[in-house]
Design a protein around this ligand. Structure first.
Ligand SMILES: [Mg+2]
Length: 140
């Protein structure tokens, strides 16, 4: 993978409920919004079954204007049982998540795209910084 077409974000354990400082998480999201406009997606239980509750989930986590911006600019996905239903297997994607089900892992492997999964460790205070450094390694 040499480029990134799409970026998927989980919320819990990735941008909320993590040891990473808020400013690092905002810097990561800011970088994605600025460099990958129209290519950043939610992949979270706060946005599935066709309903986007992300604004409620993030309320109070970040400044209101930033929550509003995320709600408008990060695109919703629709999935039911497995997040992989919403992943575009034909794209070069990065999927930030703290958890991957065995079935989801098998599906990624079967599509030869497991390298697009980026495991976030909520207990690592450097995690958001590491994720940003990872993204900056790709040409835009
Ligand atoms: Mg999670």
């Amino acid at each position: 993978m040499e480029k990134v077409d799409k970026i998927y974000f989980d919320i819990d354990g990735v941008i909320r409920g993590t040891a990473s400082p808020k400013e690092d998480i905002i810097a990561l999201l800011r970088y994605c919004l600025d460099n990958y406009p129209g290519a950043v997606y939610w992949l979270t239980t706060h946005c599935h079954h066709g309903v986007n509750h992300v604004n409620f989930a993030l309320s109070g986590e970040f400044p209101d204007e930033f929550v509003d911006e995320l709600y408008v600019k990060v695109l919703p996905t629709d999935w039911e049982a497995l997040k992989t239903e919403a992943v575009d297997m034909d794209s070069d994607f990065v999927w930030f998540d703290d958890n991957l089900f065995e079935t989801e892992k098998m599906i990624l492997e079967r599509n030869y795209v497991l390298d697009g999964f980026f495991k976030m460790n909520p207990k690592d205070s450097e995690m958001a910084k590491k994720a940003l450094a990872f993204l900056k390694g790709f040409e835009k």
